[in-house]
Design a binder for this molecule. Structure first.
Ligand code: SF4
Length: 191
């Protein structure tokens, strides 16, 4: 595919992203603006993340940060996608936040498939937060378990070492934290 056709196809993907309910932002970005920082992985490992080692799409089961940097270097552009939703019960926000994380996961999966159909064979989706497709990931009980839904499971941007806040800031996508609202950010690497 020539460069101009690639851009047109990528714009088509962006239009599809914006057609989903609750998608508040979809922006095509250059991969040089994606910030990968070893400190993100350090935080996964040593700052008390409850999901560390409990989900097969989370560290330590994911590629190293250096490995991901090498993979990222092979991509030219990405579609950054944000979902914004209302949390109705602020005293018990986690179930609702998780529900919206799953909603973004599904959208990222669909967009990745669409990107493939548009002619991007290396399209790769990254979700926001840990993979929550199963209520309990089998690895929590059995360290040798394998993923039961490899078709749909995807790792998060954070699991790859991406600094989501700084990446969003660099490309002019705002993330504001406010009570009663949840924002989840995901990405499709396109090539
Ligand atoms: S799909 Fe299920 S088994 Fe696979 S990583 Fe996600 S939670 Fe774990």
């Amino acid at each position: 595919m020539d460069f101009l056709t690639e851009i047109e196809k990528a714009k088509e993907l962006k239009t599809l992203a914006l057609s989903f309910d609750n998608i508040s932002s979809a922006k095509l970005i250059h991969t040089r603006d994606i910030v990968v920082d070893e400190r993100v992985r350090y935080q996964c490992s040593y700052s008390g993340c409850r999901e560390y080692g409990k989900r097969l799409m989370c560290p330590p089961y994911t590629p190293s940060v250096d490995e991901f940097k090498n993979i990222l270097a092979r991509y030219y552009m990405a579609l950054l996608v944000q979902l914004t939703a209302t949390i109705k019960d602020n005293d018990n926000w986690e179930p609702e936040a998780n529900k919206w994380a799953l909603e973004l996961h599904d959208i990222i999966y669909k967009l990745e498939k669409k990107a493939f159909a548009l002619g991007f064979p290396f399209a790769a989706g990254l979700i926001g937060g840990s993979c929550k497709l199963c209520p309990t990931c089998p690895v929590e009980k059995d360290k040798s378990a394998i993923c039961v839904d490899r078709e749909r499971a995807r790792p998060s941007m954070e699991a790859m070492g991406i600094d989501v806040l700084l990446t969003c800031k660099r490309v002019g996508v705002e993330i504001t934290f406010s009570p009663g609202q949840v924002i989840w950010t995901g990405m499709i690497l396109i090539d």
